[in-house]
Design a binder for this molecule. Structure first.
Ligand code: PMV
Length: 369
């Protein structure tokens, strides 16, 4: 599939107005995406766990305009008008306009809310952009008159197309958003050993996954709830001319290869080593950019050391990962949920801002509400 394949033929249906609501989860990368080419094409493939509880719910209402003019929309977060969200959405709409020719023909009202606190330092761009992309695809689906004579194979192609195009669009809003539509593991970025993988959209991980990873838990420790000092966009750009970039992109591909066998044979020790190395490598890239920056905080390191200590003394299979911020995602198998929560409550909450954390686990993707 090439990008032009997502440009639709003329719409056969016409609708005056309506609304769709989608709920889309966040995701946490195990092999990280850091560095991109033009048009949000990743420099390396990545894989993530889809989350279950951290979600964005978005209602998109649309009304046909008298004449196709400029893009026209308003945005609300928790029922409050949010004009400061508009530039990001405007950029997104402009990027996807060629693939959704109906965009200029409607006025849109976007009403969104997150199940996690807005000021938690957890990025809502992945869940937010994927929810919005799905709402837009629901409109397009209505505009393409459904053909009742479609065979089962053609219908499943339709469903595939819907989710692929939604992921393709979400990617143009925020790269990692293309991994938030399905679950429980999603790959984004072309990888020789992963059938169907693409730089253009995320796909459900297509191979066998050991039961050790079923219902994997993720407790997100909120170390710093403030706004990041350096945005992901700036961070990705600093990978251009980064002295270690090419080696890093190669390493990510190799790590994803290794992850295929880890996921198959359920080797938790190898999983821990790979996932923690990925997290620290991501931050090492930030620290060795020019200009350099650090997103971890002293408490991030306190937590990492406590986790290492606990693992050593208890034999637990707990590990951590980080995204582009100071918060720590604590990952562990479901059968350790009780003991790990005790450990978190006695030893780690002191390092969280206001003692706050979010309990989450692997999830299965977005839902139409
Ligand atoms: O989707 P973006 O552009 O916000 O980039 C996110 C990058 C990381 O979260 C740091 C890693 C990843 O693969 O999700």
């Amino acid at each position: 599939m090439i990008a032009a394949g997502f440009i639709p033929k003329a719409y056969s249906n016409s609708i005056e107005k309506g609304s769709f609501t989608w709920s889309s989860p966040s995701n946490i990368a195990l092999v990280k995406y850091w560095g991109k080419k033009e048009h949000q094409i990743p420099e390396n493939p990545s894989i993530s766990f889809t989350l279950n509880n951290c979600k964005t719910n978005t209602k998109l209402s649309f009304t046909k305009k008298e004449n196709d003019g400029n893009l026209s929309f308003e945005v609300f977060l928790d029922d409050e008008k949010k004009d400061d969200f508009k530039p990001k959405i405007e950029t997104f709409f402009k990027r996807i306009e060629a693939y959704l020719p109906f965009l200029k023909g409607y006025h849109f009202k976007i009403e969104t809310s997150n199940t996690f606190p807005h000021s938690s330092g957890i990025a809502s761009s992945a869940s937010g952009m994927s929810a919005l992309a799905l709402c837009l695809m629901s409109i397009e689906k209505e505009l393409i008159k459904s053909d009742v004579t479609l065979s089962a194979v053609e219908k499943s192609y339709d469903e595939n197309y819907f989710i692929q195009k939604a992921s393709f669009l979400a990617r143009l809003g925020s790269g990692s958003a293309c991994r938030s539509l399905e679950g429980d593991l999603v790959v984004w970025g072309k990888h020789e050993e992963i059938k169907g993988s693409s730089d253009l959209f995320g796909i459900k991980y297509p191979y066998e996954v050991h039961s050790n990873f079923k219902n994997y838990q993720d407790t997100i420790l909120l170390v710093d709830k403030g706004k990041k000092q350096v945005s992901s966009t700036v961070g990705h750009n600093l990978m251009h001319n980064h002295p270690f970039a090419q080696e890093r992109f190669k390493q990510a591909g190799k790590n994803l290869s290794d992850m295929i066998s880890i996921l198959k044979n359920g080797d938790l020790n190898a999983f821990i080593a790979l996932v923690e190395s990925e997290a620290l490598t991501l931050h090492a890239m930030m620290m060795t950019s020019m200009p350099y920056f650090i997103l971890m905080k002293p408490n991030t390191l306190e937590i990492i050391n406590k986790i290492w200590n606990y693992r050593k003394t208890s034999g637990s299979k707990i590990c951590f990962t980080l995204d582009a911020g100071a918060n720590v995602h604590v990952l562990y198998p479901e059968n350790e949920a009780k003991s790990v929560m005790e450990f978190i409550n006695t030893e780690l909450v002191v390092f969280c801002q206001k003692g706050e954390y979010i309990n989450d686990k692997i999830g299965f993707g977005a839902k139409l509400l």
